[in-house]
Design a binder for this molecule. Structure first.
Ligand code: SAM
Length: 268
């Protein structure tokens, strides 16, 4: 197996570096602090599917540096809790709230999405989880937890960025999963598990094109800022990550790995 390259720890601990902000701007256009294949226009669409009202409580699972969670709180006037297993991510996210009026409505905490979630039954109005489901090995358990904590009639939206939809070599799989634990599934598995967990699948959409676009831009922006990046991450990690972004771009452009968004609802 290829040696893993750390993406999250290094990225989150340097998140506010100017060069990383410039790369995010060049990659995403609108930088909402995301560390995924998500663009703001896409996120607006996902948020609208949740039918949120001001004052409701949203859980962002794998909230990363906290940018998307802050965005949800701003757009919807909801309370948002973000959980992530990465302490640096949670620290960066928490610091980003200092002095902000949003700090009354957002809370970030370290938690493992694979474990029992720190919420009572039937207490949340929505769950969001962007490009992170592939890091949770027991997906059925994760869905059951979301089902447990959501109020009846409420919804969860998540993307799975690595659905296997074409021939992929072992080297490509190794490169794609260079940044941590990965679970790859074929089409149909998410749908089955969603149902087994007691959710109703409201809709699913192929959002692979966004991953192809973002990964290509990200790799190219990083290449343009190579010298500054090597100061932060070192040459070996820089090259490893360039290969990673290149693999994501090829696999998604050729539709051999697809990124699918799912909207699910807990029955009343
Ligand atoms: C691709 S990033 C996405 C972050 C964020 N959702 C975004 O769109 O910017 C994946 C995130 O999953 C988190 N993660 C990985 N395993 C996790 C786990 N077991 N529990 C909670 N978070 C986890 C990582 O720390 C990382 O922040």
């Amino acid at each position: 197996m290829s040696q893993r390259v750390d993406l999250f720890y290094n990225t989150y601990s340097n998140f506010t570096e100017q060069v990383l902000a410039a790369i995010r701007e060049e990659t995403f256009g609108r930088d909402i602090g995301q560390n995924s294949w998500l663009t703001a226009d896409e996120y607006d669409r996902f948020i609208s599917w949740l039918r949120l009202e001001p004052g409701q409580h949203v859980l962002e699972v794998a909230s990363g540096s906290g940018g998307p969670a802050r965005y949800v709180a701003e757009q919807t006037k909801c309370y948002v809790t973000g959980i992530d297993a990465n302490e640096n991510g949670v620290e960066t996210a928490t610091q980003s709230l200092s002095g902000s009026s949003l700090s009354d409505r957002i809370n970030f905490r370290v938690a493992d999405a694979n474990a029992k979630l720190p919420f009572e039954d039937n207490t949340l109005d929505a769950v969001m989880c962007i490009d992170s489901m592939n890091h949770f090995p027991d997906r059925l358990h994760v869905f059951r937890e979301w089902q447990r904590i959501l109020r009846p009639g409420r919804r969860a939206v998540f993307t799975d960025p690595v659905v296997i939809t074409g021939p992929v070599t072992n080297d490509e799989l190794a490169l794609r999963s260079l940044v941590g634990l990965f679970l790859f599934v074929p089409p149909g598995v998410n749908e089955q598990l969603i149902e087994r967990a007691g959710f109703r699948l409201v809709k699913q959409q192929d959002v692979t094109a966004n991953a192809a676009l973002v990964s290509g831009r990200w790799r190219d922006a990083r290449q343009r800022h190579k010298d500054a990046l090597i100061q932060i991450e070192g040459e070996e990690r820089f090259e490893g990550l360039q290969k990673f972004f290149g693999a994501v771009h090829n696999l998604t452009s050729e539709r051999r790995l697809s990124r699918i968004v799912y909207l699910v609802e807990k029955p009343v």
